[in-house]
Design a protein around this ligand. Structure first.
Ligand code: GLC
Ligand code: CA
Length: 554
């Protein structure tokens, strides 16, 4: 493909996007929860970090059963987080700093508090109100059995029976996630046109794109047949509710809306589908980007990573779309823990998969690997996503008291999987523990009273300390992002693999740039090369284990 130079191509081909989990980022009003004004106060930090775009997790009115992924009104801001005026100001100020703005859209399901769902409950079976969701009669003599055998992602059956207006048990509704997250019926034209209005609403406010939640989920197989086996994430076995062909029609309609606005507005798919399916979401009349979950799902292993990188680049070849590399988000275990414990990113079924063997967790080794991983990711062709706190090298918090866990997964797994709260703990901005280490503007908020408690050692990762330390993980991210901005050959474009043995990953990018990542014994680096940045100290001219380096080759 003939790629125009970076300044002439759409921003999303190269962007490094920073994910903000709003509830945990910065609390401006002292209620112990992050908010819009809190984010605004951190814009200078984000500018200094050097990211090109930010993505904000759902900030819409919501009862917070799944922390905003249960939306009760798609065209407003959660009162706990601020107002539409605050949001507009944030979007504009980000733009003034040259930072693009992505919001999260949740089209697969709403909150059970949504007006439409309340109307559906109040209405009769077969009514237009019920048709906006997936209501069905149950099986069995009196409809006492769920309509089929589908399971909710968080655990348990994916169907909930309702009580009808006359007080008797009645129909069932589908919820692929929590009970409080009823699935929309995307065969219903009102649902389709509502979401088109939602897109336009935010596009009119100036957003540059949408992160599309459960982008592979909206269309269900006709007749809602039983599933044969419970699908594993990213597996080729297709569930009757994931990755159905019908979703692409939705994206073709959305793409027309994006393209009707000036600038390069875009959609990025959260699609947990096999690598062979992903290209379909990226056809030229569909979405611009899709998270590379095959990459995220890779263990810290040279062969697995290299194979998955090559495979995903190959699968994308025909689409013209760049890859969007990602190691962390608000759903997966922090990479410090994962890389140390040899864990995959997705497909979490039990606490061992999520956290590994805590007795054997070595944070020093995990941090080395996480830092090396950062240089690997940021040198690969395409865009990249960084999750808040990743740049501080935050580990997963594994000792949140059970009575403080809030992830619906905890309850729905029958209290066997603690869920995702461990990567959602409020950010430590200051070493001083006042205001939950600077997370809150109010000193009345403490480490323990923030919406999720911070662990004892949280101050060790504080941004203000790392800012002063040239060897900190924050300094590494800042340096790498600065180099990346100045290197015309980074971001989207060509990659040329270098053979460096079975325990290393090495490749060249245009401009005599090379990246080496070492997973084994000391690796001699090419003679005469200049080190641009390294994730740890070198051994003379050799790269130690679990270390990565960016080089200018001779
Ligand atoms: C996505 C979100 C996750 C949420 C789920 C249901 O996977 O990333 O946080 O729980 O969708 O909306
Ligand atoms: Ca707040």
């Amino acid at each position: 493909m003939n790629l125009p130079v970076r300044s002439d191509r759409p921003w999303w081909r190269d962007a490094v996007t920073y994910q903000i989990y709003i509830r945990s980022y910065a609390d401006s009003n002292g209620d112990g929860k992050g908010d819009v004004e809190g984010i605004r106060s951190r814009l200078p930090y984000l500018k200094e970090l050097g990211v090109d775009a930010i993505w904000i997790t759902p900030w819409y009115p919501s009862p917070q059963n799944d922390h905003g992924y249960d939306v009760s009104n798609y065209m407003d801001i959660e009162p706990d987080y601020g107002t539409l005026a605050d949001a507009t100001r944030l979007i504009n100020e980000a733009h003034a700093l040259g930072i693009k703005f992505i919001v999260d859209i949740v089209p697969n399901h709403s909150s059970s508090d949504h007006e439409w769902f309340k109307a559906a409950l109040a209405a009769k079976p077969g009514s237009p109100e019920r048709d906006r969701y997936m209501f069905r009669d149950g099986k069995g003599e009196n409809g006492e059995l769920p309509p089929n055998n589908w399971e909710a992602v968080f655990g348990g059956p994916a169907w909930e029976r309702v009580i009808e207006a006359d007080g008797t048990p009645g129909q069932w509704y589908l919820h692929l996630f929590a009970v409080e997250q009823p699935d929309f019926n995307w065969e219903n034209s009102e649902v389709r046109s509502h979401f088109e209005d939602v897109l336009k609403f935010w596009l009119d406010l100036g957003v540059d794109g949408f992160r599309i939640d459960v982008a592979h989920g909206m269309i269900k197989e006709a007749g809602l047949p039983d599933m044969e086996v419970a699908p594993d994430l990213l597996s080729e076995i297709k569930a009757p509710y994931w990755d159905q062909d019908g979703v692409h029609e939705i994206y073709r309609a959305w793409r027309k809306i994006f393209d009707s606005y000036p600038g390069h507005r875009m959609g990025v798919a959260e699609a947990w589908v096999p690598a062979t399916s992903l290209p379909k979401y990226l056809r030229e009349d569909e979405l611009a980007n899709s998270f590379n979950f095959l990459f995220l799902d890779s263990k810290w292993d040279a062969d697995i990573l290299k194979t998955n990188i090559k495979r995903s680049l190959k699968e994308l070849e025909g689409t013209g779309a760049p890859s969007s590399w990602v190691f962390e988000n608000h759903d997966v275990t922090r990479k410090v823990n994962r890389f140390d414990q040899g864990l995959r990113g997705g497909g979490v079924a039990n606490p061992k998969d999520r956290w590994g063997d805590l007795e054997k967790f070595d944070i020093t080794r995990g941090t080395r690997r996480a830092r090396a991983g950062a240089l690997l990711m940021l040198a690969l062709p395409g865009g990249a996503y960084i999750y808040q706190g990743e740049e501080l090298g935050l580990p997963e918090v594994t000792d949140i008291p059970h009575d403080r866990l809030t992830d619906p997964r905890w309850k729905m797994s029958g209290y066997t999987d603690p869920g995702r709260d461990g990567c959602r703990v409020p950010i430590p901005w200051t070493a001083d523990e006042k205001g939950a280490h600077g997370f809150s503007a109010s000193a009345l908020v403490t480490k323990l009273s923030a919406w999720l408690p911070q662990p004892q050692n949280w101050g060790d990762f504080a941004a203000d300390m790392q800012e002063k330390d040239a060897n900190s993980t924050l300094a590494l991210y800042r340096t790498a992002l600065k180099i990346r901005r100045g290197e015309a050959g980074l971001g989207d474009g060509e990659i040329e693999w270098i053979e460096a043995g079975p325990t290393a990953i090495a490749f060249k990018r245009p401009g005599n740039f090379a990246c080496y990542v070492n997973f084994g014994a000391d690796l001699p680096l090419p003679a005469g090369a200049k080190v641009l940045v390294a994730s740890g100290s070198l051994n003379g001219n050799s790269l130690p284990v679990d270390t990565a380096v960016w080089l200018r080759l001779k």
